[in-house]
Design a protein around this ligand. Structure first.
Ligand SMILES: NC(=O)c1ccc[n+]([C@@H]2O[C@H](COP(=O)([O-])OP(=O)(O)OC[C@H]3O[C@@H](n4cnc5c(N)ncnc54)[C@H](OP(=O)(O)O)[C@@H]3O)[C@@H](O)[C@H]2O)c1
Length: 319
């Protein structure tokens, strides 16, 4: 089964099917993301996934400017995504935060702007506002209203496309019901241990394209529990990889691409960046796809438990 190198967004733009994740908070020294994005662009990546809350948009921006200046790419060759953080869900705050993000990125526009989570925090400069009892401070904004702010940002030419992330099916539907411009993309956790199939189908039936984050289940996450399943150690995956002469990481990514998803693996290691981009010289048969699907454990790694008692907590219904 051949897979395209990009996925068409409803408005006509193409999102490159393999992008570069940049959330490295717990494992990257200052400068590591800048070097990784420079190496990634040199390797051929044209899609970078950022977010306000990752705190490194400036480094990403420096890397992009460097590769534009040295002639490797033009701005128009790149697809840059960033995400609205929970502290700017008021309609008027959406555009304000995007303007600041663009300044950090040294860009005039992004290609895709996403609402990072449906859960809104107290507005302000502190990304994780807390009260005296160390409890996160929420503030309530209707997601349909926040979406209007996203439409404003697109109207202002600050972003070419708008979408959502970590919304459940009911929240997706509410955004669509109140939208003048429909979301064109949803970014959600998907990997072989967490197939997320029902939400993917639900979104596709409504015209959204789907990006799979944490395609390896974020193996080095600090909150990993000792009894959590370890993706790269699953015998089925190891056997398929050995039979293909590919790494387990490459088989995971190819599996997701064959499901029609966009993937955004993160690495700050040049050899892995290279490996994660070499996905088009092999394919998985129907039987191998079936075997890969059998690895699903509905095992979510990004549960965002800090918002468990937020009224918009997205993961309290099946999908
Ligand atoms: N929308 C959201 O809420 C959301 C949530 C989570 C993530 N994301 C996005 O999705 C991206 C990816 O998710 P993630 O970073 O959590 O997890 P991931 O991509 O599933 O895993 C990243 C980890 O895998 C390692 N790795 C990368 N390539 C490898 C390879 N070929 N072989 C073995 N190990 C490899 C990396 O190590 P090294 O870096 O040391 O090589 C890193 O520790 C994020 O960076 C972010 O951009 C979005």
């Amino acid at each position: 089964m051949s897979v395209p190198k990009s996925v068409a967004l409803p408005g006509g733009d193409q999102i490159p099917a393999v992008g570069c994740g940049t959330w490295t908070v717990w494992e990257a020294a200052p400068g590591a993301v800048r070097d990784a994005i420079k190496a990634a662009i040199a390797e051929g990546y044209r899609h970078v996934d950022c977010a306000w809350v990752y705190g490194n948009e400036q480094e990403v921006g420096e890397a992009i400017q460097d590769k534009i200046k040295d002639g490797t790419v033009a701005r128009s060759d790149l697809f840059v995504t960033t995400k609205l953080w929970d502290t700017a869900h008021r309609r008027g705050a959406v555009t304000e935060q995007l303007k600041k993000a663009l300044a950090r990125l040294s860009l005039d526009y992004v290609d895709l702007y996403l609402i990072h989570w449906p859960t809104s925090f107290k507005e302000g400069d502190i990304d994780f506002p807390k009260d005296d009892n160390d409890k996160h401070i929420f503030e309530f904004h209707d997601i349909q209203d926040t979406w209007k702010g996203m439409e404003d940002a697109k109207d202002a030419g600050l972003t070419k496309n708008i979408g959502i992330s970590n919304f459940n099916s009911k929240q997706v539907q509410r955004v669509i019901d109140g939208a003048r411009i429909k979301p064109c993309n949803i970014q959600i956790e998907v990997n072989p241990l967490f197939s997320n199939a029902r939400l993917i189908d639900f979104c596709r039936e409504r015209g959204l394209t789907v990006t799979a984050y944490a395609p390896f289940g974020s193996p080095n996450r600090p909150w990993k529990k000792s009894d959590d399943p370890v993706l790269f150690e699953q015998p089925i995956l190891k056997d398929i990889a050995a039979a293909k002469g590919k790494s387990p990481a490459q088989v995971c990514l190819r599996f997701l691409l064959q499901r029609g998803l966009v993937v955004i693996p993160k690495s700050v290691t040049p050899s892995r960046l290279k490996e994660n981009f070499q996905l088009y010289d092999f394919e998985l048969s129907e039987a191998e796809m079936k075997q890969m699907f059998s690895l699903n454990r509905d095992h979510r790694v990004y549960g965002q438990e800090i918002t468990l008692d937020h009224p918009e907590y997205p993961f309290s219904i099946p999908f």
